[in-house]
Design a protein around this ligand. Sequence first.
Ligand SMILES: N[C@@H](CCC(=O)N[C@@H](CS)C(=O)NCC(=O)O)C(=O)O
Length: 214
Amino acid sequence: MITITAFKWVPEFAQGQVRDLRARWALEEAGLPYHARLLAQGDQDTPEYRALQPFGQVPILQEGDLTLFETGAIVLYVGERSEALLPKDPAARARATQWVVASLNSIEPFMSQVALIDLFYAKEEWAKLRRPGAVEFLQRRLSALSRTLGDKPYLDGDHFSAGDLMMTTVLRIANYTDIVTRDARLAAYIERCTARPAFQRALDAQMADFKQVG
Ligand SMILES: N[C@@H](CCC(=O)N[C@@H](CS)C(=O)NCC(=O)O)C(=O)O
């Protein structure tokens, strides 16, 4: 049985956002059962956990002797067992991988910069000075993404892939604002991807684990 790690509890603004959602969603798309090992505050800093995840973050995925960290690696690993995530055709498969990397490398860092400012440092003077530039840069990336998506339902055309899974979770980081959804194409794209039953099951499972704590 596959195990993933997740936090037992996070503040409300982070619920539905914690990155174990990516692993859960991939596993749901692939139809693979999994167990969530929930970490209490501080568990991620124990030597035992740091030996598995050097940065003390969630999620990790464990299966047999394999331990994997980084959601990109986890989604691609799970994708190997699901044509819904990584198509058989070598070129389509390479393009799906390309979009996973693009999500994490070309969009997420700029999305995270704005989210960090807004959610953690909004009152700091440096944050007020930095925000307009950070938002402008992010918007340029989002406009480029929207143009590339065009009228296609998914990034590579007619079929959902691991690239869409990752891109959707990255775009959802901005759920607390309309920075992404003011673009009608990106808004519809997020709705299309998150309407998938596998996403809903993953989200429900993450939220249900938080509810155990109350
Ligand atoms: N690049 C990592 C990022 C993982 C990450 O940021 N996890 C957050 C939760 S969403 C975390 O564990 N934060 C606690 C920390 O960084 O100390 C991945 O994609 O797996």
